[in-house]
Structure formats: C-alpha cells, structure tokens
Design a protein around this ligand. Structure first.
Ligand SMILES: NC(=O)c1ccc[n+]([C@@H]2O[C@H](COP(=O)([O-])OP(=O)(O)OC[C@H]3O[C@@H](n4cnc5c(N)ncnc54)[C@H](OP(=O)(O)O)[C@@H]3O)[C@@H](O)[C@H]2O)c1
Length: 239
C-alpha cells in the first residue's frame, strides 16, 4: 500500500487531491495547520471507507522546527504533494518584511525542507514529489509580487530537485490557472472575476478535480520528471 502526504489537505484543492489519491488506493497523511476539524472529518471519512487508511498531522510550514517534527513522525512515504500556500496581495509601494517572510517561508521554505528532509524516505520507496505551482510563477499577477516570486521559485525548485534527487525520486509540478476564487483578504469583486474569466481560452474556471487528476497522473508516470504541467484552460495563451 502506497502512502501520500498532502500539505494543506483539509480544504479546497488539497482536499480534492486527498480524495483522488485515496480513491486511487493511496493511504493518506493529511497535513493541516489551523483546520483540524476539517482534516479529522476527512480522515474519518477515509477510514470508514478503508480501515486505517488516513491520519492527520499538524504543522506550521513557515516554521522549520514544525517541519522537522512532521518529517520525523513519518515512517514510509511514496508521494509528497506540496500544496499548502498563502495568497494575498502585496502592493509594491507597501512591501514589507513580515509579508515577505510569511509568503516565502510558507510557499517555498516549507516545500523545500519537506522535500529534502523526506528525501531519504522517498528514495527508499522510489517515490515522487508533486509541487503545486501557479501560472503566475511564470507570468506575474499584478499586486502580488511576493506570491509571484514564491511560485517562480518553487517552479525552479521543481526542476533543480528533479536533477538533484534523480534517479531515485521524481519531482514534477502542476501549475493551476483559475480554479477556485480566493477567499478572505484576497477576495475578488464581480468585475475582477469576469475580467479574469475573459482571459481564459476555455471560458471557465477549472475544478479542483482537474488539478487532483493531474497530480495522480504525475504520481503514476514513472518516466516523467522535471516537468510542470499547466492546468489553466488555456489562460497562459492569453496573458
Ligand atoms: N485556488 C486557485 O484557483 C489556485 C490557482 C493557482 C494556484 N493555486 C495553488 O494551488 C494550491 C491550493 O490552492 P487553494 O486555493 O486550495 O489553497 P488555500 O485554500 O489558499 O490554502 C491551502 C491550505 O494551505 C494551508 N496553509 C496556509 N498557510 C500555511 C502555513 N503557514 N503552514 C501550513 N499550512 C498552511 C492552509 O491549511 P489550514 O487551513 O489547515 O490552516 C490552507 O487550507 C496552492 O499552492 C495555490 O498556490 C491555486
């Protein structure tokens, strides 16, 4: 039985990645930070379907001690999905170190140190890493400079780790376009949403399943490494 760790697995895209991998037969380690109730409910649901097939682990991924503790608690690992991230605007005239630390540590340091610290375990199982990137790691989203930079960095991390960790570990990425509207501080108004939809060749948002199915594809594609697949409905064609 193969085991996958999905960071930020309690809600939204991460939750769907957990569901898709579980349905494909993986056991799940569902990582969460604040969403314990949702993570536990998901694990309970999986364990009802298949006994002892899911556990939850808490960690603040911008904190290196938390990352180390999380890694120590894992015995066997076949797939690491670096999905957790923070997303909110950081206008260039108000850029500050607090936001820089929060976004870069969560979106880059966390995935990097999870990947390197877990590489021994992934190597033993000839496992793989799938990083959730963003098309804005390539073409910047206005007012989101630190987020854009963090995603450009995780795209390069994907390629550099694919080289460094070969031949025992494959490393790939999925680059979503517009999938689920941002919530809370990054929420968009109706005009902003429409203007975003107008730029998508397929004229609609994608679904969390579109991302999760691509993660599963990469987890099962034994001769693919160092690749980042854009799942964006053709948005990159129009930027
Ligand atoms: N939504 C989209 O349309 C879209 C578009 C392009 C790219 N993406 C990428 O796809 C992935 C998933 O997107 P999403 O919108 O589903 O994500 P999200 O809801 O914004 O965040 C996913 C999870 O990340 C966890 N998280 C945030 N900060 C953390 C920290 N410091 N330490 C540990 N965990 C932390 C949170 O877990 P808790 O709730 O447990 O705190 C949260 O539930 C992200 O990498 C995102 O950049 C999404």
């Amino acid at each position: 039985m193969k085991t996958a760790l999905v960071t930020g697995g309690a809600h939204r895209i991460g939750q769907q990645i957990c569901r898709t991998l579980h349905q494909a037969g993986f056991n799940l380690i569902i990582h969460y930070n604040a969403s314990k109730t949702a993570a536990q409910a998901l694990a309970d649901e999986f364990n009802l379907t298949r006994n002892s097939s899911a556990i939850i682990i808490q960690a603040e991924l911008s904190n290196i001690e938390d990352i180390n503790q999380l890694c120590q608690s894992i015995n066997q690992l076949d797939v690491l999905v670096n999905n957790a991230s923070v997303f909110y605007p950081t206008p260039i005239d108000n850029i500050n170190n607090t936001d820089y630390q929060k976004i870069m540590n969560t979106n880059l340091m966390g995935p990097l140190f999870l990947s390197t610290t877990l590489s021994n375990k992934l190597s033993t199982t000839q496992g793989c890493i799938v990083n959730i990137v963003d098309i804005h790691g390539d073409r910047p989203l206005r007012n989101h400079s630190i987020y854009n930079i963090s995603k450009a960095a995780i795209a390069m991390m994907t390629k550099t780790l694919a080289k460094e960790l070969a031949p025992n570990i494959r490393v790939n990425g999925v680059s979503p376009g517009s999938i689920l509207w941002p919530e809370n501080e990054a929420e968009l108004n109706q005009d902003q949403k429409q203007s975003m939809l107008n730029k998508i060749a397929l004229n609609k948002q994608g679904s969390a399943s579109d991302i999760a199915n691509t993660v599963l594809f990469l987890a099962q594609s034994n001769y693919v490494t160092g690749q980042i697949i854009a799942v964006d409905g053709g948005r990159s064609l129009n930027q």
